[in-house]
Design a protein around this ligand. Structure first.
Ligand code: WTA
Length: 637
């Protein structure tokens, strides 16, 4: 018995039921999981506070669902196949039995280091199996993990650690990414200068990068494991968690201020990621599934770790980058591990497409059955290339739309079951009630319309709060439209009712599938002592989807190029290389309204090269500024 829907008619029936009787619908799905105690109430909610509770009164541990319950029948099935950065290095396979043993061992390490239920643990590791192990070990003992992507800087880590008051940090000496070695431990050392809450740092050996270990604070992962082995008792019973106990915090960028800690709770997240994984990818028990995301992002949390493992899947985890040692690496991995389902991002597809089809020659892609895309709108050209070259014209593509805050996929075709159109996420999954809103806060009910995408009704995987600041959660997501979750995305619904996401309608950029707040980048640039003011906008970029365009007013103390380099370094130091502007244009002034607001609409148009018609500029304080910026912009390209 399974909750997987295999026909379009069954999808329609499930969808109808999920709307007419959501509690009965989700209650039946939840029966497919292992509970220490069942719920008394499926759902209690209001979007005003917001206060959302799923499977109230139930007790469980997500790791029993991801690990223990598969041991009897599938203990020897690979849970994780790990492919290293360097293809010369041996890959690793962890069966469900082995993964459980390692998670239990490391759970003991956490306990030995004074981590208790409810404590926050920051994980800053490269894409090695120990990242999944550490994550699951936190969940095993009820500690709340906060995974920070390995590309973030010391300052970003410190901000995240301080916001969540993490007690412990798990990192490695270094990490491999293509030709580069990331000095993770050294970066953590820099971060911790500013962090009072951290008592302990556990350091995994990966790259043999020299590190300094601070007495009383830093311990080696391997030594701690030896201690547990000497202690002898290796099993670690799973902590009993309440449905609504937080499982993890994941920081994400918004249109204002510093990144928010999105909080996901235990039961709803588990049910939602498991259900959506099984259905969207139509996962079959013998299939090998490869999601190319990093566990530092939500896609990795939900669709490398929790979703696939709760469904007993075999999940491939890749340490490196798609272009190392060359642009054929993904296809080598597909052939080597006989990958059946490949889930990746449009930016990767576009970049590999640009390298040319010679990297596909002689690659055996015959194992591919289904393809998935996530993170940003996929253009038709990339969709078609993916379909034809990688899918052999036969593998269905599921374009999955969702967000960190959603926990799991909200709008997507079920692979091979639902119809598809290039560039369309198509239809909502069962349990998801999207709607389009107009500028005046009214729902648009017709088809063939564009509007702001909202969700009317809770789904189990949605965020519950933003860490330490519930008001911010309310304001960001539940105040724009009454009684609705506002996504921040614009969306077109075609005449047949199919959804196409058009991109963010707020000041959030999507650069190579990474969410970056314009305010965050501006704040970083403004920290540079030569900078007076700056404004960031996005512009279309052929590989990254969006590029970052910075308009900067600066006092130069050298030549402009030096200032540019210094600004780029500042951004890298304060946020990370992913937030570096692609273009920096120095300007004398910024176009502002009489009330001092920067007119970003105009700056966006200039960055896009669309300078024929700026629309209404009558509120500008000094219209001549625009002409000067346009002239300067022409020199940039
Ligand atoms: C965008 C990633 C179009 C969207 C899972 C959203 C997409 C933001 C798609 C969330 C898609 C994600 N088509 N746009 N299939 N998937 N997006 O939080 O703008 O990193 O709001 O979550 O990415 O990014 P996040």
């Amino acid at each position: 018995m399974s909750f997987q829907i295999n026909t379009f008619e069954a999808y329609q029936a499930a969808y109808d039921k999920s709307v007419s009787d959501p509690e009965a619908f989700w209650g039946e799905i939840a029966e497919h999981f292992f509970w220490k105690r069942k719920w008394t109430n499926v759902l209690n909610w209001n979007f005003k506070e917001p206060d959302i509770r799923w499977f109230e009164g139930a007790k469980l541990n997500i790791t029993e669902n991801c690990l223990d319950r598969h041991i009897y029948q599938n203990g020897d099935k690979p849970a994780i196949i790990w492919e290293p950065n360097d293809p010369q290095e041996a890959h690793r396979v962890l069966t469900y039995k082995q993964l459980l043993a390692k998670v239990e061992q490391f759970a003991h390490v956490l306990k030995n280091n004074n981590v208790k239920k409810g404590d926050r643990v920051c994980i800053y590791l490269p894409m090695v199996p120990e990242l999944a192990i550490a994550t699951l070990a936190c969940a095993r003992i009820g500690a709340i993990h906060s995974v920070v992507f390995g590309g973030f800087s010391a300052t970003s880590i410190a901000d995240r650690i301080n916001d969540a008051e993490c007690k412990l940090v798990i990192t490695s000496d270094g990490g491999f990414r293509g030709n580069k070695v990331l000095e993770l431990k050294n970066i953590v050392d820099d971060a911790l200068v500013q962090c009072k809450s951290v008592e302990r740092v556990i350091v995994l050996t990966r790259s043999r990068t020299p590190v300094s270990m601070i007495k009383g604070r830093d311990v080696w992962w391997e030594d701690e494991i030896s201690k547990v082995e000497t202690q002898g008792n290796l099993a670690c019973p799973a902590e009993e968690m309440d449905s609504e106990d937080p499982l993890f915090i994941l920081y994400t960028s918004g249109s204002t201020g510093t990144p928010k800690g999105v909080v996901h709770s235990t039961a709803g997240y588990m049910v939602y990621t498991g259900y959506t994984f099984s259905n969207v990818f139509q996962y079959q028990p013998d299939e090998v599934y490869f999601c190319t995301a990093d566990i530092g992002w939500i896609t990795g949390h939900s669709y490398i770790v929790y979703g696939p493992l709760s469904q007993g899947a075999t999940s491939v985890m890749f340490e490196g980058i798609p272009t190392f040692p060359d642009a054929g690496r993904f296809w080598d991995i597909v052939a080597k591990h006989k990958v059946n389902i490949l889930y990746t991002a449009p930016t990767a597809i576009r970049s590999l497409m640009a390298f040319g089809d010679e990297y596909l020659e002689n690659k055996d892609l015959s194992s591919i059955r289904k393809l998935g895309s996530v993170g940003e709108p996929i253009n038709e050209e990339a969709w078609n290339w993916f379909s034809e070259k990688i899918g052999g014209g036969e593998a269905p593509i599921t374009d999955t739309w969702w967000q960190t805050e959603n926990g799991g996929i909200l709008i997507a075709p079920l692979a091979g079951v639902s119809p598809t159109i290039p560039g369309y996420a198509m239809l909502p999954l069962p349990g998801v009630q999207p709607c389009l809103m107009d500028e005046n806060g009214k729902e648009i009910v017709e088809n063939d319309v564009t509007g702001n995408l909202c969700i009317k009704f809770p789904w189990p995987g949605m965020l519950r709060t933003t860490w330490g600041d519930h008001e911010r959660c309310k304001k960001t997501y539940f105040s724009t439209y009454e009684d609705m979750y506002f996504t921040g995305d614009g969306c077109y619904r075609n005449k047949d009712g199919y959804y196409r996401i058009t991109g963010r309608v707020d000041d959030v950029l999507n650069v190579s599938g990474h969410r970056i707040g314009t305010a965050e980048v501006e704040n970083a640039i403004n920290m540079h002592s030569d900078v007076v003011e700056s404004a960031i906008v996005g512009y279309p970029h052929s590989v990254k989807g969006q590029g970052i365009y910075a308009y900067v007013i600066a006092n130069h103390h050298g030549n402009e190029d030096e200032t540019k380099q210094n600004i780029l370094q500042t951004v890298t130091r304060l946020i990370g290389a992913i937030a570096k502007p692609d273009v920096i244009q120095f300007v004398d002034d910024l176009p502002k309204t009489r009330s001092g607001k920067i007119m970003r609409r105009i700056l966006r148009k200039i960055a896009e090269g669309d300078t024929d018609n700026f629309g209404d500029t009558s509120t500008l304080l000094d219209p001549s500024i625009v002409e000067k910026i346009v002239a300067g912009a022409k020199e940039q390209k």
